[in-house]
Design a protein around this ligand. Structure first.
Ligand code: CP
Length: 307
């Protein structure tokens, strides 16, 4: 019997053991880079980006190129036949004739799931609306593992737009599966995590709290995950302008932080981290972007059944 096609739509599609395996492969790619440079020769990755991206699309493409494979695709809907009214289903069914694996970003929640039912090649959700961003979560898990040595036993602060920030939702769901993680959710009242995430925290019996002041919780954090206020998901500009600069992490706010705090951000950043923080050894967001390439290399190998 033919093996079922594997996709990555939500981080919960992967067990903790499968994530551990990806992290091991990502570390092996760094340690034994030369062993991987031809491993995807003859394979093609399609990147279908109906929404803007720098890191996700380019790290996927860099990942496939470093594995010896090739890439094709588009970086905006306007340069594809979506602009003529073609459905996502027809687009992916067509691209499945040209590529061995597809990474897709779409503004509509659920679009990658629909796509996965219309093609015979693996589909990777590279972000769907305000819903999920599982490869960012894999990136975040690899970063935390490399910085802290383990994925449990930490106090994790998540700060900013917790309502629309899909990276936050996926990261909370993923971290709920590790032991002794305390979640400190820092946001203004209007940008609190959605109720379904709160329900998951309750159901899991997690240690968690919601606060509005970053300064008040800073001394207890092991990891601080900053996020951008998601302008593109707001219904009106007035609310965005009022909320966009609620949190700006600067050197003064870090005075009471732990010396081994890990500062993360999925990027892009707007104003929420002062550029002066970039030179602090606790700032890890560019290392995090590099982790994104390593984990996407491991994911491509996994979904293609190579490693
Ligand atoms: N973190 C992230 O998804 O960045 P891009 O939007 O640049 O891909």
């Amino acid at each position: 019997m033919a093996e079922a096609i594997r996709n990555l739509i939500s981080i919960l599609d992967m067990s903790v053991e499968e994530i551990d395996h990806l992290i091991e492969v990502a570390d092996d790619i760094v340690a034994n880079h030369d062993d991987y440079t031809e491993i995807c020769r003859g394979k093609k990755l399609a990147t279908l980006f109906f929404e803007p991206s720098t890191r996700t699309r380019l790290s996927f493409e860099a990942a496939m190129l470093e594995l010896g494979g090739s890439v094709l695709g588009f970086s905006e809907a306007s340069s594809s036949s979506a602009a003529k009214g073609e459905s996502v289903s027809d687009t992916v069914r067509t691209v499945g004739c040209y590529a061995d694996i597809i990474a897709m970003r779409h503004p509509k929640e659920g679009a990658p799931l629909v796509a996965s039912r219309r093609t015979t090649v693996p589909i990777i959700n590279a972000g769907d609306g305000g819903h999920f961003h599982p490869t960012q979560t894999l990136t975040d898990l690899l970063t935390i593992k490399r910085k802290k040595g383990e994925l449990g036993n930490i106090t994790l602060g998540l700060c900013g737009d917790l309502q629309f920030g899909r990276t936050v939702h996926s990261l909370i769901e993923a971290m709920l599966r590790y032991p002794n993680v305390k979640f400190v959710l820092i946001s203004p009242e209007e940008l609190r995590v959605p109720e379904y995430i709160r329900e998951k925290l309750r159901e899991a019996g997690a240690q968690w709290c919601e606060v509005e002041s970053m300064e008040e919780v800073m001394p207890e954090l092991d990891v601080l995950y900053m996020t951008r206020v998601q302008r593109e998901r707001f219904f009106n500009e007035e609310d965005y302008v009022r909320l966009k600069d609620t949190y700006i992490l600067d050197m003064e706010k870090l005075e009471n932080a732990k010396p081994d705090l890990t500062i993360m951000h999925p990027l892009p950043r707007v104003n929420e981290i002062s550029v002066k923080v970039d030179d602090d050894p606790r700032a890890c967001y560019f290392e995090q972007a590099l982790c994104g390439k390593h984990i996407r290399m491991a994911l491509i190998l996994d979904l293609l059944g190579i490693k």
